[in-house]
Design a protein around this ligand. Structure first.
Ligand SMILES: *[C@@H]1O[C@H](CO)[C@@H](O)[C@H](O)[C@H]1NC(C)=O
Ligand SMILES: *[C@@H]1O[C@H](CO)[C@@H](O)[C@H](O)[C@H]1NC(C)=O
Ligand SMILES: *[C@@H]1O[C@H](CO)[C@@H](O)[C@H](O)[C@H]1NC(C)=O
Ligand SMILES: *[C@@H]1O[C@H](CO)[C@@H](O)[C@H](O)[C@H]1NC(C)=O
Length: 473
């Protein structure tokens, strides 16, 4: 409905602007990319890894706990991502928000659907990252819908507002998002100030249409999809805290980054998560039984790979010397680091191999490593698997609006050569206009690199978001 409203408006604008009366050409072909940066945990001792491993399990259980709709209006996804960030590697990019625009670093999360930012009145719990100040923006509009959520040891609270948001040269006016006023636990999130959720609107806790979906449904992109390439540092012992993390291509796929064709798989059911069906999973050449437990969410915001207990046990059964973890490592397995573990996924087309480097989450003793696969049960209605970055680093992945699908393609030599190169961290690309960089303490955010945005397409976004606001409020 939104899509067709916007499309009609766009057509109308194009036709009315065409003095010759001849059929107008299709809308301006647009696609833009933004570098992704990768954040590593600051230290990796066993105590910390174990604590973080437990957190990852607890949080995923909450995020995908089979009560998806009940989670609307909550801040669980926010907590998930911040905690995940503290635990493990995160891939993040830069957005600009407000008038005048100010830039912020946000986690790019295909496993959730809200944009969240910590606000300037948030207490110490929000850490040292730059925060959003509504008083400094003329485009701030308070929707005054409060949200609050308690979790194990703390709480998240704030309200929903609308703002002008830009990412990679695209702009959406009146983008609804969550302004976080309180995080009771101290999360060390610097330089990240929030999350950009890249899944579908039915999941949105703030009940807003996600930024990407407004753009994709508005017909303003060359292709209604986005592509993601993530770099690997798994076997580089001393990767810096910030490294080049790959790229997100909005509105097109960059054929320099992959070879062959993109293999698309339609989403399972009504689009909420990027959830597809897995056909086969093999470990050391042996097929794992996934009959009846084959749905998988493709989640850039999760570091590892979660699956049902029976299947995860059979995965490690293929690895002599592997052992189920206990205590904080409950649900995880350790295995001899000397074993090269080959895992292959098949979603109904090609077989995609995961690098043995990505099977190793971390080394936990002189001989033992923690594996990337862990047990999580999401209950009925939840997915069976959550496939995170450990796999996604091995492919160019594509998230397509229509037909709603996830695609994978083989990485090109160009893409592979960007793994672990320890190059300079890329400058953020922000939006259509120069944005001030809101630097927090020790923030590595660089000055706002600028790319120009096409005004014609922005108009449609404005109209699209107006209709969205109308439909919702
Ligand atoms: C592990 O790291 C944590 C957090 O940095 C620190 O508090 C703890 O003392 C470290 N433990 C060891 C054994 O080094
Ligand atoms: C926005 O509305 C919420 C809920 O009414 C309120 O708590 C908050 O202070 C408002 N924010 C601003 C900046 O006015
Ligand atoms: C580490 O990664 C590089 C680049 O991806 C690769 O060439 C090398 O073989 C890897 N080394 C090990 C021990 O896996
Ligand atoms: C595609 O990727 C290559 C390799 O990273 C890069 O040099 C090029 O600028 C990208 N092209 C576009 C259109 O983004």
């Amino acid at each position: 409905m939104i899509a067709s409203a916007c499309f009609t408006t766009l057509l109308f604008l194009l036709l009315s602007q065409d003095a010759s009366g001849a059929p107008t050409a299709s809308p301006t072909v647009v696609g833009r990319s933004m570098p992704i940066r990768r954040l590593s945990p600051s230290s990796q001792n066993l105590t910390l890894v174990a604590q973080q491993a437990k957190d990852q399990r607890d949080i995923l259980g909450v995020k995908y706990g089979g009560q998806l709709l009940q989670q609307r209006g909550t801040g669980y996804n926010l907590y998930h991502t911040f905690a995940d960030r503290t635990c493990f590697n995160s891939y993040y990019g830069t957005i600009a928000i407000g008038t005048p625009p100010v830039s912020y670093d946000v986690i790019l999360d295909t496993g959730s659907s809200d944009l969240w930012l910590t606000s300037s009145i948030c207490g110490p719990g929000c850490g040292t990252s730059p925060t959003y100040d509504p008083a400094k923006s003329s485009s701030f509009q308070n929707l005054s819908t409060p949200f609050e959520i308690s979790y194990g040891s703390g709480a998240v609270a704030g309200y929903v507002a609308e703002e002008t948001v830009q990412m990679a040269g695209f702009e959406v006016a009146k983008q609804g998002f969550g302004v976080v006023n309180a995080l009771s636990s101290a999360f060390n999130t610097n330089p990240v100030s929030g999350i950009m959720g890249l899944a579908w609107s039915p999941l949105s806790s703030t009940q807003q249409t996600p930024f990407w979906q407004t753009l994709a449904s508005g017909g303003s992109w060359d292709s209604a999809l986005f592509g993601v390439q993530l770099t690997r540092y798994g076997n580089v012992s001393n990767a810096a805290q910030n490294e080049p993390g790959g790229v997100i291509d909005l509105g097109y796929t960059n054929s320099s980054l992959y070879t062959g064709s993109i293999e698309y798989h339609n989403l399972v059911g009504t689009p909420q998560y990027w959830e597809i069906n897995m056909n086969t999973l093999t470990v050391q050449g042996k097929s794992i039984d996934i009959a009846g437990i084959s749905t998988a969410i493709i989640d850039t915001g999760t570091t590892n790979i979660a699956g049902p207990a029976s299947a995860v046990a059979s995965i490690y059964a293929q690895i002599p010397g592997s052992q189920a973890g206990t205590g904080q490592l409950d649900g995880y397995y350790t295995y001899p680091c000397s074993t090269t573990v080959n895992v292959q996924f098949n979603f109904g087309g090609n077989t995609w191999s995961m690098s043995p480097a990505d099977f190793t989450h971390s080394q936990v003793s002189t001989t033992e490593c923690l594996g990337a696969f862990f047990i999580a049960s999401f209950g009925s209605g939840g997915p069976s698997w959550v496939i995170g970055d450990a796999f996604l680093k091995n492919v160019y992945s594509v998230f397509k609006y229509s037909p709603a699908s996830v695609g994978f393609a083989a990485l090109s030599e160009t893409a592979i050569s960007q793994n672990g190169i320890k190059a300079a961290v890329p400058s953020p690309t922000i939006g259509a206009v120069t944005a001030a960089t809101n630097t927090g303490a020790a923030s590595s955010a660089s000055s706002g690199a600028v790319s120009s945005g096409p005004l014609s397409t922005l108009l449609c976004f404005w109209l699209a978001s107006t209709s969205i606001a109308f439909l919702f409020w």
